[in-house]
Design a protein around this ligand. Structure first.
Ligand code: SF4
Length: 442
């Protein structure tokens, strides 16, 4: 059987033109995907478990799903402050249940943007986000800028589907109608194909953006170099920006995580606002996990805040740096956790990992990753976009429905697991309520 228009559940591009050949519920071939996307489909059986695993007194035992849900609920009822973390590699439907659990338990809920584009999200709440869709870029953009990102390696089809190469309504000749500027600290693969590459000194992005804005606003720069870039080159890039018909600035973690963080992104967004005095210009984050945008969106609809939400006072609060997962773990404020579709043990700072390893936590993930190996209870699930349908947001905030291509009748979805836990917690609402009454009386 050939399944067309399959969506790739790997990166924030959410390419929706994959063609997959399935025979006897086995994926045989994947067409149109890049290597990263194809390997997710072809190797989907790797590192999987069929039953939940409970770890007690150094022993591991496999249990059935009902027992796993009861165990997880007991664990949560015995805790006083829970953290829910991850959510960028699962569906919006699952994220909704995660928020409900966090609210019921008066815990913290955070997603992986806390360690990637968190500063960018903070920025667009401060100065706005003059963005567009990837369809606008494909059809209109004649100047593409990649700043602090290397899509040829991290989002391999971004250039061919949306930015440099596709033929669009007003860009009929594809890459012949476009120019590409890359700004980075090293000559990446994307930089090698750029019309103009600016190699910038590490952590000097703020200075370069400020110089560009000064020039755009009519000031004269006297220095010979800014951030390691010759002033003539900066003027050349400014001319390219001012003279395009539709420009787009894509930026990645190379910009977000440099010195200044959200202040740097404030400045980059302000640069785009300044450019709109001359021509049409937009800005967009290069999102990594396929539904990290959805994690921000769903949290924002339901709580008013995109990540790092704290329900401990009975209403949502948000203060990244205080209420984010890394911080509440490092301060040892939580005594249980639910990790959904993420692997914090492999990438969190040491102090946060130390505390996570010292508390009982539930790991819900299709793959048996490093965090799953240390969980008090690991619950395996279906892979969204391969074994179960679900909705996710592309990096330009467009929701896309992911398809199921094969059956997996052995495992529940992330949504089903979280729904089960939520419903069993609701049955014990009186215990949870009493706990908060005691806490407020104290
Ligand atoms: S670019 Fe991203 S979404 Fe597209 S096929 Fe590759 S990994 Fe999948």
């Amino acid at each position: 059987m050939i399944i067309t228009d399959v969506v790739c559940p790997f990166c924030g591009c959410l390419c929706d033109d994959l063609v997959i050949e399935v025979e006897n519920d086995e994926i045989k071939t994947v067409r149109n995907a890049c290597k990263l996307g194809a390997s997710k489909f072809l190797k989907h059986k790797k590192n999987r478990k069929k039953k939940p695993i409970i770890r007690e007194n150094g022993n591991e035992k496999e249990v059935d799903f009902d027992e796993a849900y009861d165990y997880a609920v007991k664990l949560l009822l015995n805790s006083t402050r829970c953290l829910i973390y991850g959510l960028s590699n699962t569906s919006n439907e699952a994220i909704e249940y995660a928020v409900k659990i966090a609210e019921l338990l008066r815990g913290y809920i955070d997603n992986t943007s806390t360690v990637c584009h968190g500063p960018s999200v903070v920025s667009y709440q401060t100065v706005g986000y003059p963005s567009c869709t990837l369809g606008d870029v494909k059809n209109r953009a004649d100047l593409i800028i990649y700043w602090g990102c290397n899509p040829l390696n991290a989002h391999p089809r971004h250039l061919s589907r949306y930015s440099l190469y596709p033929r669009g309504l007003f860009t009929e000749r594809g890459f012949l109608d476009r120019k590409l500027i890359v700004i980075d600290v090293r000559e990446t693969d994307t930089a090698k194909i750029a019309t103009k590459f600016l190699r910038i000194e590490p952590n000097k992005d703020y200075e370069l953006i400020s110089a560009m804005r000064a020039i755009l606003n009519g000031l004269e720069i006297k220095q010979e170099k800014i951030a390691g870039v010759r002033i003539e080159e900066i003027y050349e890039v400014i001319d390219m920006m001012k003279s395009c018909k539709f420009g787009i600035l894509f930026f990645g973690m190379g910009l977000t995580q440099t010195y200044g963080r959200d202040r740097t992104i404030d400045n980059a967004i302000s640069l785009v606002i300044d450019l709109n005095k001359y021509t049409k210009f937009s800005i967009m984050m290069m999102r990594g996990h396929y539904n990290v945008t959805g994690a921000n969106q769903v949290l924002a609809w339901l709580t008013g805040f995109p990540y790092a939400v704290d329900f401990s006072r009975g209403y949502p609060r948000y203060n990244p740096g205080e209420t984010s997962a890394v911080d509440v773990l490092a301060r040892r404020e939580v005594d249980s956790a639910i990790i959904v579709a993420a692997d914090p043990i492999s990438n969190f700072p040491r102090e946060s990992i130390k505390h996570l390893l010292s508390i009982p936590y539930i790991n819900i993930d299709p793959f048996y990753n490093l965090s799953a190996r240390y969980a008090k209870i690991y619950i395996p699930t279906k892979i969204v976009g391969i074994e179960v349908e679900g909705t996710a947001y592309r990096m330009d905030n467009i929701p896309i429905r992911l398809r199921k291509v094969i059956e997996n009748n052995e495992l529940p979805s992330d949504e089903e697991v979280l729904k089960n836990i939520y419903e069993r917690l609701i049955e014990n609402e009186d215990i949870i309520e009493k706990r908060y009454c005691v806490r407020s009386a104290e």
